[in-house]
Design a binder for this molecule. Structure first.
Ligand code: BTN
Length: 245
């Protein structure tokens, strides 16, 4: 990774790297990366808390400010784009990650990484996208909070001490390589890679979301990254938001 490709801002502590990025986005150049050793108020998807008190873990947010009409961008797929990147990087450490739709990364059935993507507007002016990555590298936060999902860490899985910087550099390298195709072609540019990490075809699952829950068999992922689930009456639902359990 060339030093000039990214603007890295490192903090000892922040409320949230993603909040910092969203709040300051108009003064942050494209490909600014905010990292913190700790977050006082780390945020997860669907209003959850992300426990963020382990300096050995990665808390990072990438500011993406494409120079094109936002209506042509695959805004809803950025989390999936990064889930494939992180899964590729974790595979490089000899562990077998899977992606739980839409973007949780699990190893041995336990969550190792969460990704949160936010789109920043001022009124109707599009400012960019912030993708926050929380990756358990040295520490497993599982005993610290009411989690809906058991957690693990890279250290737990490969028993090697790995530096946050090395992992972040690998993530940013892969992001640079695949960014252009993703911006142009959206989810279809990552479809094959995504499916390699998605072992749930034919599995019975439940989707929890605020409108209604769906129980059924996973039939596939659409070429826009939505989940297709067939319920007991034979109806296939195309799910855009929710949690798969
Ligand atoms: C999830 O699985 O719910 C997503 C978790 C995302 C956590 C990361 S940590 C860095 C960035 N800052 C935050 O406040 N959240 C994201």
């Amino acid at each position: 990774m060339a030093d000039t490709d990214f603007h890295i801002l490192r903090f000892d502590e922040l409320d949230s790297t993603s909040s910092y990025a969203v709040n300051n986005i108009t003064s942050l150049p494209h490909n600014t990366v905010i990292t913190a050793d700790r977050q006082r108020a780390g945020r997860g998807r669907l209003g959850r808390t992300w426990v963020s008190d382990s300096p050995g873990n990665l808390y990072a947010s990438v500011v993406i400010r494409p120079e094109r009409d936002y209506r042509t961008l695959p805004l809803v797929n950025f989390t999936q784009f990064f889930s494939v990147i992180v899964a590729d990087v974790l595979s490089g450490y000899g562990i077998g990650p899977v992606i739980k739709w839409p973007n949780d990364i699990l190893v041995s059935g336990k969550k190792i990484c969460g990704i949160l993507s936010e789109v920043a507007f001022t009124g109707s002016v599009f400012n960019g996208i912030v993708v926050g990555i929380g990756l358990n590298i040295a520490d497993n936060p599982s005993d610290k909070l009411d989690r809906v999902q058991e957690t693990t860490s890279l250290f737990d899985q490969c028993r090697k001490t790995v530096s946050r910087k090395e992992v972040l550099d690998r993530i940013l390298d892969r992001y640079l390589v695949s960014y252009g195709a993703f911006i142009n072609d959206g989810f279809s540019s990552i479809y094959n890679s995504y499916m390699r990490y998605f072992p749930y075809l034919g599995e019975k699952i439940t989707i929890i979301n605020s409108n209604n829950n769906v129980i059924g068999i996973v039939r596939g992922i659409t070429d826009s990254g939505e989940l297709r689930v067939e319920d007991g009456s034979g109806t296939t639902h195309t799910i855009t938001l929710g949690d798969m359990i």
